[in-house]
Design a protein around this ligand. Structure first.
Ligand code: DX5
Ligand code: ZN
Length: 220
């Protein structure tokens, strides 16, 4: 049996009721918290920063998966460790020395993730795949929640899975953007391990039931 990992994205939470929404995830079948950090430079949006992340990790009782959409992320690796990140994902497109960034993340005791924009070819990871704990395939252009899923992602999942298997790597595949109950099963069947879901969970009338449903349909 394949156990999918469901990671609700806090970006879609009600920030005026953040503790309530964090407790909702704590009490749900969700596996991880997905936390989007945007700097207004790498992506055309600013989400939230360190004080808010600190408030989230104080209450969150599950794995903290931090997705950095910022330029030059090496500057903040130690800071994100101190704020409670368990997995720290940097963008391929934002790292001049990706191998060095991955080593620095692991030296802090975190799992190291690499995110790829929709246009970035998975083959570019061939020489570092054994150093990566998780690849986050962006299935929308990063910066905003609530966008439509890009169908080309299925092809990228298959290419990446083939590379992971060929290198005997243990790398997880995470899909981020436009995930719903309409594509969740197909993504897992294609080779994905982790599904991030923001607006689909938080805009639902019953987010707990929506998470349970995502978990159920992706347990194969
Ligand atoms: C987009 C973020 C995503 C976003 C997903 O830049 O990285 O994590 O929150 O939101 P939905 O699920 O609404 O597409
Ligand atoms: Zn994200």
């Amino acid at each position: 049996m394949k156990n999918s990992i469901i990671a609700p994205s806090v970006l879609a939470a009600d920030f005026a009721n953040l503790q309530r929404d964090i407790e909702m995830i704590n009490n749900s079948e969700a596996d991880w918290f997905h936390i989007d950090i945007m700097d207004g430079v790498f992506v055309p949006n600013i989400s939230f920063g360190m004080p808010v992340l600190e408030a989230i990790t104080k209450h969150a009782k599950k794995t903290i998966d931090v997705h950095l959409m910022i330029v030059d992320p090496d500057r903040y690796i130690k800071t994100f460790k101190s704020l409670g990140a368990d997995i720290l994902t940097v963008h391929y497109e934002a790292c001049t020395h990706l191998h060095r960034s991955l080593q620095a993340i692991k030296a802090e005791g975190m799992k190291a993730g690499v995110a790829l924009n929709p246009h970035t070819n998975v083959a570019l990871l061939e020489d570092v795949i054994n150093d990566i704990d998780m690849v986050c395939l962006m299935s929308v252009n990063p910066g905003f929640g609530g966008q439509s899923f890009i169908e080309n992602t299925y092809k990228k999942i298959k290419q990446l899975k083939e590379m992971i298997n060929r290198n005997n790597a243990a790398t997880l595949i995470e899909i981020d953007g436009g995930v719903t109950n309409q594509n969740a099963l197909q993504l897992i069947e294609a080779g994905a391990d982790v599904l991030v879901a923001g607006s689909y969970v938080f805009k639902a009338s019953d987010p707990i039931a929506t998470i349970a449903d995502l978990k159920k349909i992706t347990t194969i």
